[in-house]
Design a protein around this ligand. Structure first.
Ligand code: COA
Length: 372
């Protein structure tokens, strides 16, 4: 058995930013337009009028201040309200693979590895832009990596589930050096016309190099153990899929985009995550006092404050549980990896931490690491 280690990580950040104020101006223009166009039906009580969104609500309910997106103009156009991405020829790289190149180059540079040394690519994300061929195989090809590649989807937990799959293969000896890549174009599945959720998501891509610890070329994190769990729930759901054409009633329906019952998610996911992390620590023979850092999924500041408080048994000190959601919003599976990538260099040899992501499924995955 080999000891797996995370030897590099990288973040691709899109160049376009939408602030809460910009988002709210666009949404309110859309709502006013909708209400004017449907004035008669609203007056007759057949259609519900749309209420305005508010930047103050968004910040206080979520902690989000802005989000990065791949295409801003169409999202903010009240006549469109979703990103318009250039369609590409099959001979060109797809947009997910293109985002992945930047994140992978950064992760490989940190690990001191060339793409040719990689023998496994996992593209772990909550959406894939096509059914097949796998995005991971395209990334493998564009990088010039060897071995094999596959896609996986466990929604917001995709990154930690991907790390577990890679770590297990490193341990067993079937691969030597893996890249787990998380291109998340969340703007594509967000319903920007729904004020309950229009502020939630942003776009990003993260990548992590995981390989045998004995082969690590620089500073790295030993992967002590991983733990994944799932429990079925409809409270975060998107019914879009390949059978859309075959179902007769699936036009521009609300459930063709991300939907959630936010309050229930809050109530049900929090205990699930807290028990999961505590169970993982117990199984690993570790305790909360051993943890120098929690790199949590980045959906909501109050959720993270709650989890940090429960897991550590006290209010986390500054820097113990870094948030990036104020800048990136919820980037699905990539969030905890952005936090890890940006806030792990200062840990000292022997320091331990937990990367934990959670979300639709429900699903929760945790990775216990130690700075070597
Ligand atoms: N602007 C102004 N008011 C808004 C609003 C907006 N953009 N969106 C909702 N409101 C209103 C609601 O209509 C509601 O009004 P009411 O009390 O008159 O009914 C009130 O604000 C509270 O709405 P609610 O949806 O209950 O807010 P919340 O405190 O639950 O916060 C979320 C909403 C989405 C931030 C929160 O539920 C959440 O983060 N949930 C979990 C998210 C998550 O982890 N998702 C996983 C996806 S991976």
């Amino acid at each position: 058995m080999h000891q797996p280690a995370i030897t590099g990580s990288g973040v691709f950040t899109p160049s376009q930013i939408i602030t809460n104020d910009e988002l709210v101006v666009a949404f309110n223009a859309y709502a006013d337009k909708f209400n004017a166009e449907n004035a008669e039906a609203i007056a007759a009580g057949e259609t519900e009028a749309l209420s305005h969104s508010s930047a103050e609500f968004i910040l206080s309910a979520s902690g989000i201040e802005q989000r990065y997106v791949m295409e801003k103009e169409s999202i903010l156009n009240p006549d469109i309200m979703f990103p318009k991405l250039r369609s590409r020829q099959d001979s060109e790289p797809g947009i997910m693979a293109e985002m992945a190149m930047d994140a992978c180059a950064k992760a490989l540079a940190q690990a001191g590895r060339t793409a040719g040394e990689v023998d496994l690519v996992i593209c772990a994300a909550s959406n894939h832009e096509r059914a097949y061929p796998a995005i991971a195989v395209e990334i493998q090809d564009l990088l010039g990596a060897g071995g094999f590649a596959f896609d996986m989807n466990v929604a917001c937990s995709s990154a930690t589930f991907g790390l577990q799959a890679a770590a297990d293969m490193i341990r067993a000896g079937s691969v030597k050096c893996a890249l787990v890549v998380n291109p998340e174009i969340c703007s594509g599945h967000l319903e920007w016309r729904d004020r309950d959720c229009h502020f939630i998501f942003g776009d990003v891509c993260t990548a992590t190099v995981i390989e045998r610890a004995e082969a690590a070329k620089g500073a790295h994190f030993l992967v002590h153990s991983t733990k994944c769990a799932t429990q079925f729930s409809n409270n975060i759901r998107n019914n879009n899929g390949y059978l859309r054409r075959s179902h007769t009633d699936m036009e521009d329906r609300r459930d063709m985009q991300f939907m959630q019952n936010g309050r229930k998610v809050f109530k049900e996911v929090l205990p699930l995550v807290v028990n999961h992390i505590q169970g993982h620590l117990t199984e690993a023979g570790a305790s909360a006092d051993d943890l120098k850092r929690l790199w949590l999924h980045q959906a909501n500041k109050s959720m993270n404050d709650f989890i940090g408080r429960k897991v550590l048994g006290r209010v986390p000190e500054d820097g113990e549980q870094p948030n990036i959601l104020q800048d990136y919003a919820n980037t699905s599976s990539a969030g905890s990896i952005i936090a890890f990538s940006k806030f792990s260099d200062d840990l000292q040899p022997g320091d331990k931490g937990v990367i934990c992501s959670f979300g639709a499924g429900y699903s929760v995955g945790s990775v216990l690491v130690e700075r070597a």
